[in-house]
Design a protein around this ligand. Structure first.
Ligand SMILES: Cc1cc2nc3c(=O)[nH]c(=O)nc-3n(C[C@H](O)[C@H](O)[C@H](O)COP(=O)(O)O)c2cc1C
Length: 394
């Protein structure tokens, strides 16, 4: 089974990812992983932290001469900001803080919308920094490294995953401007957009909306779409709740900081239509085998891929930290107060698209390996090709 663990605090020495379960012999391009880390750092609306960090992976284990060994792959991503936090975030006891900023970094005015209050209540901390350091989406750098690695495995089988932005606050992209584009062209359009949106006209309005929110001391969320092509039918299963691919994707996407809703294909809109306007008619021809004349299901039926592109949308809520803060209560005195202002993004939806892309890639790789297995890439490929041959005979 393919799985990963991450560790690391936002302002600690660094982040660690361990990916376990990839077969041996998968070629790994570290520069491609670093490119995805840079993509995560970008996007209009991010705060000052991204000017400090230049995320790159340092491979610690599991690779030799550019290929996986079949053993756990470990990466370290160092936090460059750590030099400014060594005392505040010291892993070992600090007798008498000499850094005058240390007291100011104690967080006792929990931010509505963040993990601060629930976290201190649950863990009994006197300082919400003990919560926010791990709740922070800095952790997603480690997830992008894992997902990017999984994506390289999927590409061996012609599977490609792309995440992009379709709405920021009230500004929505118009699918008529990108939905018919080949996926690579759509991806390139998103890549050159400051907000990772393939509709250039909407991009400009999204940038303006972020500027307005920033000027008002406020923040914005948005909607991300992730598409995966090249998937064979039959990843996932109908037989048990925890083997359904749509359920697993929803779980994994909702586990990303600030993601609050997931829909596949038509999604919630399907609930307002009749069945005849929703379900995807089945067709067959000698070249393609079985296919669908449309893809309202977003590529999943019965918890399994249909062979059509996977289309999943994710709602990201606005950033919790507000430069014009909401009311809160000071921990321990219980006095009314303004919520803590911690250096923050105004909008992180473009980054969210890169993270969701990585998360989808990892989950798909997990289900791919569940179906095809193999200790070496060669063995996985043999199993995969055997299945494709079986489909051709069907
Ligand atoms: C890429 C990204 C960047 C984020 N940056 C910030 C930030 O700068 N400030 C902030 O308050 N929240 C930020 N968040 C959101 C918080 O991490 C998140 O709201 C918080 O951990 C609480 O979790 P929840 O929103 O999932 O309930 C960011 C989220 C993502 C995906």
């Amino acid at each position: 089974m393919l799985r990963y663990l991450t560790a690391g605090e936002s302002h600690g020495p660094g982040l660690v990812t361990i990916v376990e379960g990839l077969p041996a012999g998968v070629p790994v391009d570290l520069e491609a992983i670093n490119r995805d880390l840079r993509r995560r750092q970008g996007g209009y609306g991010r705060g000052g932290r991204q000017r400090i960090e230049q995320d790159t992976v340092r491979p610690l284990a599991g690779l030799r001469h550019g290929r996986t060994l079949g053993s756990p792959v470990a990466f370290l991503i160092e936090n460059r900001d750590w030099v400014n936090w060594q005392e505040v975030m010291s892993p070992v006891p600090v007798a008498e803080p000499t850094d005058p900023r240390a007291a100011a970094k104690v967080v006792t005015r929990p931010r509505p919308g963040h993990a601060d209050l629930s976290g201190v209540l649950k863990y009994g901390h006197r300082d919400a920094r003990n919560v926010l350091e791990r709740a922070s989406a800095r952790e997603t750098a480690a997830r992008v490294a894992a997902g990017s690695l999984a994506h390289q495995f999927l590409r061996q089988f012609g599977i490609r995953v792309v995440g992009y932005v379709v709405a920021i606050g009230p500004v929505e992209a118009d699918p008529a401007r990108y939905a018919e584009l080949p996926l690579e062209e759509l991806a390139e359009r998103a890549e050159v957009s400051p907000v990772r949106c393939p509709d250039p006209e909407a991009s400009a309005r999204m940038v303006a909306a972020i500027d307005e929110a920033r000027a008002a001391g406020d923040s914005l969320g948005g909607i991300i779409e992730v598409v995966a092509v090249g998937l064979p039918p039959g990843l996932g299963s109908h037989v048990h709740y925890d083997r359904k691919l749509d359920a697993a994707l929803a779980h994994d996407l909702l586990s990303v900081q600030a993601m609050k809703g997931v829909e596949f294909g038509l999604g919630f809109a399907a609930a307002r239509r009749r069945g005849s306007e929703v379900h995807d008619p089945i067709a067959w021809d000698p070249d393609r085998g079985y296919w669908r004349t449309r893809n309202h299901a977003g590529g999943i039926e019965g918890g399994m891929t249909t062979g059509m592109p996977l289309v999943v949308r994710v709602a990201q809520k606005p950033i919790a930290t507000l430069y014009r803060p909401l009311p809160t209560v000071e921990l321990f005195t219980h006095a009314p107060a303004d919520a803590r202002v911690e250096r923050s993004d105004v909008c992180a939806v473009p980054a969210g698209a890169v993270i969701c892309e990585a998360v989808v890639a990892f989950t798909l790789a997990r289900f791919f390996l569940e179906k095809f297995g193999g200790d070496s890439l060669q063995e996985t490929r043999r199993n995969y090709e055997g299945y494709l041959a079986q489909l051709r005979e069907f």
